[in-house]
Design a protein around this ligand. Structure first.
Ligand code: HEC
Ligand code: HEC
Length: 369
């Protein structure tokens, strides 16, 4: 069977479309909110008796993850995702031939490396904490400073960074990929006989990253198909009362905007960071963006310590405490416990390649015959 390119394009188009729809919904939900200050805080949470939430109130802040429908996938679609997965795990993309994307974004470890700052090429530490790749495709921008828009464009950053994969000669890398016995036939089928580009490879890695969604109890709750426990409910209530939703809302409870730390003081007064990072200012040069970072998604946050852009806070209770302090709240121990119970509902199911039959190598053969 030969690859039906239009279907593949369609498939990616479809995904982009879904993401666009979400983006539009998020943007309309954010309308009226300024950069940091947001009019939502004026709206009083509308609690109904028995600790249940009015669903209209919830849906004003949050939306569930989209369902990932693979039923229309052709063998060629699957082949593309499998190739993306192979590339993601392939150390041969790096200068040392040992560092793959998965070195720092271990999918089984919720898409992170668990270090404050990552160790890459020649054992060099980067300056920032590795964010998770799970659900990352749905963000408005990639990296802590959102300097890149899409997941497809993002991969050349780590590829060429001296502190990550250290690959300088990308022409040689592309030649290698085109000549490889597994990637070669796939790329030829998919892109024809033209010279492979970094954008082409990014599209394939991106197709894999786009399936890395982690639906959780939170999504079933938002869809009205499951109830939260009393403790989880208490945590959610605090999350809204303490106005965490000003910044952590939408589908990912983050990932849709950038912001400074709440409060008057700079982040290092709370985190005791010993590094200075100007954040989005480095990208835009706009003084208003000094010390602003992308608001991180809180999906799987219980599993993705250490916290903040420099990984300076190892424990989640401390991260919550200082975010609350910065917002003018001083939580008691039992309140932090409740908040963590709520945040645990955001811990999702890790992507299962079996479910998508991504281990079915026959698809590649079929698609590249
Ligand atoms: C040496 C460790 C390392 C390697 C290898 C690495 N990354 Fe990363 N990744 C990071 C760090 C650190 C950041 C954050 C950098 C920043 O914000 O400036 C990041 C950011 C990202 C993001 C943005 C996530 C977000 O929420 O903003 C994505 C997506 C990503 N990496 C995918 C990849 C892919 C794909 C590869 C392989 C081509 C890769 N990474 C290789 C450490 C690594
Ligand atoms: C004004 C916007 C804003 C508000 C309000 C806010 N946050 Fe944040 N939050 C951020 C930003 C920005 C970061 C990343 C800061 C950094 O890394 O320097 C962050 C990071 C976090 C992190 C660390 C996540 C990670 O993966 O590193 C947690 C946990 C968190 N916030 C929880 C909360 C809680 C709980 C509240 C309510 C008490 C709250 N936030 C209120 C903007 C906000």
């Amino acid at each position: 069977m030969s690859i039906s390119k239009s279907i593949l394009v369609n498939m990616t188009g479809n995904l982009h479309f879904k993401v666009r729809v979400i983006a539009v919904l998020l943007i309309s939900a954010m309308a009226g909110c300024g950069f940091i200050s947001c009019s939502k805080e004026e709206q009083k949470p509308d609690f109904t008796p028995g600790g249940r939430f009015e669903s209209s109130m919830l849906h004003q802040y949050f939306t569930p993850l989209p369902h990932y429908d693979t039923s229309h996938w052709t063998p060629a679609d699957r082949a593309k995702v499998i190739m993306g997965k192979d590339l993601f795990y392939d150390g041969r993309l790096s200068a040392s031939k040992e560092i793959s994307c998965a070195t720092c974004h271990d999918i089984q470890h919720y898409g992170i490396d668990g270090l404050a700052t990552s160790v890459g090429h020649k054992g060099l530490h980067g300056r920032r904490n590795a964010p998770s790749v799970l659900n990352a495709a749905l963000q408005y921008g990639q990296f802590w400073d959102a300097r890149v828009r899409t997941i497809e464009e993002q991969w050349t950053g780590p590829l060429m960074s001296e502190r990550e994969m250290g690959t300088k000669d990308t022409t040689a890398l592309l030649r290698f990929l085109q000549q490889d016995s597994v990637y070669g036939p796939f790329f030829r089928q998919y892109y024809g006989h033209k010279t492979l580009t970094l954008e082409d490879v990014g599209e394939v890695i991106g197709a894999f990253e786009r399936i890395l969604l982690t639906p959780s109890k939170w999504d079933t709750f938002l869809r009205g198909e499951a109830a939260l426990s009393q403790e989880e409910n208490r945590g959610l209530r605090l999350f809204i009362q303490w106005k965490c939703v000003r910044c952590h809302s939408g589908t990912l409870l983050g990932g849709d905007r950038a912001s400074q730390f709440p409060g008057e003081r700079p982040y290092w007064e709370y985190t005791h960071s010993d590094s200075y990072d100007a954040g989005r200012y480095l990208v835009t040069g706009n003084p208003a963006d000094k010390l602003a970072f992308k608001v991180p998604s809180l999906r799987n946050v219980v599993e993705t310590a250490p916290y903040f852009h420099d990984g300076s806070v190892p424990a989640l209770d401390d991260a919550i405490d200082l975010m609350a302090n910065a917002s003018g709240y001083y939580p008691k121990k039992h309140q932090i416990k409740a908040m963590i119970s709520f945040l645990k509902t955001l811990t999702g199911t890790l992507p299962s390649y079996k479910w998508m039959e991504l281990d079915n190598r026959k698809d590649i053969m079929d698609a590249t015959e």
